[in-house]
Design a binder for this molecule. Structure first.
Ligand code: ZN
Ligand code: ZN
Length: 159
């Protein structure tokens, strides 16, 4: 029986190794540490958050390096940028088709796995103009703590 499990950072590491080989890229310590950090998190960190986490385990790594490596990981298809209403890009090492719940107030990005949403009929008749590769749906709203805070504020403002 096959269970749906998230990729462990171990198999992610093997994936990085083979993709780097394919693209003729060296599997540097930085690339490995940055991917491991990203793959171990479910919170879709910004580049700055990845930098903060990586610099704890790797002294001397620069912010610029982290930004550059993240862009490399995206361009070779082992990580992706998550679209969100904030201007700061957020990164995701989970390349399986899934969707996101984004909080408009605090910027939290949660994963949403939903079989119906993942098997939508793709638009047809646009093949000449555009080739769809993948899709991901972003729902915007308020996370539970932000929703509570908003309700509390509303309650007190009606005086
Ligand atoms: Zn929130
Ligand atoms: Zn995600």
């Amino acid at each position: 029986m096959q269970r749906h499990t998230h990729k462990t950072s171990d198999s992610k590491h093997q994936e990085l190794e083979s993709i780097c080989k394919k693209h003729g890229l060296a599997l540097t310590i930085q690339r490995r540490a940055i991917l491991e950090t990203l793959a171990s998190r479910k919170d879709h960190p910004t580049a700055d958050q990845v930098f903060e986490a990586v610099s704890v385990r790797m002294k001397g790594v620069s912010r610029t390096t982290v930004y550059r490596v993240l862009d490399t990981l995206v361009s070779i298809g082992i990580a992706k940028k998550v679209s969100n209403p904030q201007s700061k890009a957020r990164f995701d090492a989970d390349m399986s088709r899934h969707h996101h719940l984004t909080c408009l107030r605090c910027g939290l990005v949660l994963d949403l796995f939903d079989a119906n949403l993942s098997n939508l009929q793709l638009p047809t008749g646009i093949e000449d103009e555009f080739r769809i590769q993948d899709y991901s749906i972003t729902f915007t709203g308020l996370c539970a703590p932000c929703n509570e805070a908003a309700c509390a504020r509303q309650g007190t403002s009606i005086t």
